[in-house]
Design a protein around this ligand. Structure first.
Ligand code: NI
Length: 398
């Protein structure tokens, strides 16, 4: 077992490397499932580090690294997502995105840098590890069906069989040097709703000769809000947001059709099952009253992310060991979605938050914004946490 000082010494020894990796990836961001250059770069770096790995996974751009210790033992996996978002960067950083309209605005550049720097750190201690460390670099976290599900299909949890998995996400509101954990359901299942209401169009002056899909769709959307308010258990969170509505061509023409799309987010399986059933009942009833018809499509996104209580405690204690009790807090649940949930359906593990806010930044920009800023000293913090969680899990000293 490395002492707290030795863990930090190791994390600091790869910090400059982590920053270099982060800046490179930040400068050349790629969209979900199109991370070809990132994949090539990671493969080249892993080759230099001398680790054995499989590439071209998860639809083509994922990597699976297996680091075997000298002695047999359990298998612990660590995961990073590598994709960026369709956002035009406005940070003004010297290493800002060189790809117009694409930016690492969700911090996946940091996740990737932390994991690659951890790979470098593990190089020097792997002979002493009583077990195996699996590193997963996955594509497409930001887009259905989620790179995680494709990586699992390609065997990253089975060859070798993973006993537990740990992951993290940057938190722009949490100060650097801090982390947060929580057991149980902490992130939502983000499902998608698409509806078309069909009436019968005509002149705006003679509504009695039409079936107005605009008025009907407006009633449908208003009524849908009552599902969360009146059908869902108030202590179980649910969100129904209609984010886009389309229909019509002119002020005096009643159109034939109106369509709208929305996101439906829940944190418990029974609420998740209830939503499409209630939604369709409401749409059917409102349309019938108006004499309109409808088409509804409902697409399930990622599962609810449920942190395993025991693994969460292992992670929390590892963070306390390197950061001190005062810097490890409780993670607030969020209605955001995250495909790490797929791994947690298969093996116990925990998904934590990593603080990346500089102490002097009092008005941070959020994830998925063009001005997201990261305090890069968070990279060494992430590496120290990963080294500690690996050695805690493998030695059983939890
Ligand atoms: Ni993200």
């Amino acid at each position: 077992m490395l002492s707290r000082e030795q863990v930090w010494e190791l994390a600091r020894s790869v910090h400059a490397y982590g920053i270099e990796v982060r800046r490179h990836i930040h400068r050349y961001p790629e969209l979900s499932f199109e991370e070809h250059e990132t994949h090539k770069y990671l493969a080249a770096e892993l080759q230099k580090l001398g680790h054995s790995f499989r590439s071209h996974l998860g639809g083509g751009t994922g990597l699976h690294v297996v680091i075997e210790g000298k002695q047999p033992g359990p298998v612990v996996a660590l995961r990073a997502d590598i994709d960026a978002l369709p956002i035009q960067e406005e940070t003004g950083l010297p290493f800002a995105s060189e790809r117009p309209g694409i930016m690492h605005a969700c911090g996946h550049d940091v996740h990737t840098a932390v994991l690659l720097a951890t790979a470098k750190a593990l190089q020097s201690i792997k002979d002493d590890l009583p077990g195996t460390v699996v590193l997963i670099f996955q594509p497409g976290e930001e887009r259905n069906p989620g790179g995680a599900s494709l990586m699992i299909r390609d065997g990253v949890l089975d060859r070798p069989k993973v006993d537990a998995i740990f992951g993290l996400h940057v938190d722009p509101y949490l100060q650097v040097g801090r982390m947060a954990f929580a057991p149980g359901p902490v992130m939502a299942a983000p499902d998608e709703l698409r509806v078309t209401v069909t009436g019968r169009g005509g002149h705006g002056a003679w509504p009695h000769r039409t079936v107005d899909p605009i008025v009907t769709a407006a009633q449908v959307i208003t009524s849908l809000q009552q599902i969360v308010a009146r059908n869902v258990d108030p202590i179980r969170p649910a969100v129904l947001t209609v984010g886009l509505i389309q229909g019509g061509t002119a002020h005096n023409v009643i159109p034939d059709e109106v369509s709208f799309v929305g996101t439906v987010r829940t944190m418990h399986e029974e609420v998740r099952r209830l939503m499409p059933e209630r939604i369709e009942t409401v749409i059917r009833g409102v349309c019938a009253a108006a004499g309109a018809t409808y088409r509804m499509e409902y697409e399930h996104g990622y599962p609810v992310l449920v942190n395993d209580p025991e693994a969460t405690e292992i992670g929390r204690r590892a963070a306390i060991a390197v950061l001190g009790e005062e810097n490890v807090g409780a993670m607030e649940p969020s209605m955001g979605g995250e495909d790490f949930a797929y791994y947690l359906e298969r093996v116990p593990g925990t998904f934590a938050r990593l603080g990346v806010r500089s102490p002097d930044n009092l008005a941070p920009h959020g994830l998925h914004t063009s001005r997201l800023m990261i305090d890069e000293s968070s990279i060494a913090v992430g590496v120290a946490y990963y080294i500690q969680v690996v050695q805690s899990f493998l030695t059983g000293d939890r």
